[in-house]
Design a protein around this ligand. Sequence first.
Ligand SMILES: Nc1ncnc2c1ncn2[C@@H]1O[C@H](COP(=O)(O)OP(=O)(O)O)[C@@H](O)[C@H]1O
Ligand SMILES: Nc1nc2c(ncn2[C@H]2C[C@H](O)[C@@H](COP(=O)(O)O)O2)c(=O)[nH]1
Length: 224
Amino acid sequence: MTVIVLSGPIGAGKSSLTGILSKYLGTNPFYESVDDNPVLPLFYENPKKYAFLLQVYFLNTRFQSIKAALTDDNNVLDRSIYEDALFFQMNADIGRATKEEVDTYYELLHNMMSELDRMPKKNPDLLVHIDVSYDTMLKRIQKRGRNYEQLSYDPSLEDYYKRLLRYYKPWYEKYDYSPKMTIDGDKLDFMASEEDRQEVLNQIVAKLKEMGKLDENWKPNLVK
Ligand SMILES: Nc1ncnc2c1ncn2[C@@H]1O[C@H](COP(=O)(O)OP(=O)(O)O)[C@@H](O)[C@H]1O
Ligand SMILES: Nc1nc2c(ncn2[C@H]2C[C@H](O)[C@@H](COP(=O)(O)O)O2)c(=O)[nH]1
C-alpha cells in the first residue's frame, strides 16, 4: 500500500499523471479542487485581495485530502499540503499578504502538520516531482485553456509564473517528508506518447521496488 504525492508547477501534468498512475497501480486518485473552487477566479481577478483566502481554502482541502490518503494508505494525490507554503510564501513575497495574514497562515499550517504527525501513518511514501521549463508550463496552460490563467487575461502572469518556477528548486531540495524523485516533464510527453508514458511509469515503479514498497514480481493492475 502506498501514498504517492505529486508536485510541480501549474500545468506540469500533475492531474494527468495522477489519473495514469493511480490506474496503473490500482490505487485511488485525489484531485485538487480547481474547477469547483469558488475563490480561484476571484484570486486571478484581484490577487492582493484574495491571496490569503485562496490559500486557506487550498490548505483546508489539502489537509482533508492528506488525512484521508494517509488513513486509506492507497492513494495518489495531484498536489499536497507539503507544497502549500511554497505558493503562499511566493504570494506574500510579492506583497499579497499582510504580516498578520502571514503569521496566521504559518500558525495554522504548523497546527495541521502537528496533527498529521500524530497519525499512525505520518508521511507519504514517495514524492514524484514533475520538472518543467517555463515554455512547457505556458504551452500546457494554453492547451488547458482556463481563461483566467492566460497571459492575455493578465500579462503580469508571465512574471508570476516565472517566479513560481524559481521557488521549486529550493523547495524540492528541502522536502524531506518521504523519498523523492523527479520526472523530466519537458522530455517525457506522457499524454501523447505511449512510449514516454511507459517510461514514466517504469521509473516510478522502479523507485517503489527499490524502496521495498512494491514486490519485485509486481505487475500492473491495468495495462493500456
Ligand atoms: N506530458 C505532457 N505532455 C503533453 N501534454 C500534457 C502533458 N501533461 C499534461 N499535459 C496537458 O497539459 C494540460 C495541463 O495538464 P494538467 O494535468 O492539468 O497539469 P497540472 O495538474 O499539473 O496543472 C492538460 O491539457 C494536459 O492534457
Ligand atoms: N495562490 C495559489 N494558487 C494555487 C495554489 N494551488 C494551485 N493554485 C492555482 C494555480 C492554478 O491556477 C490552479 C490549479 O493549479 P494546477 O497546478 O493544478 O494547475 O490553482 C495555491 O496553493 N495557491
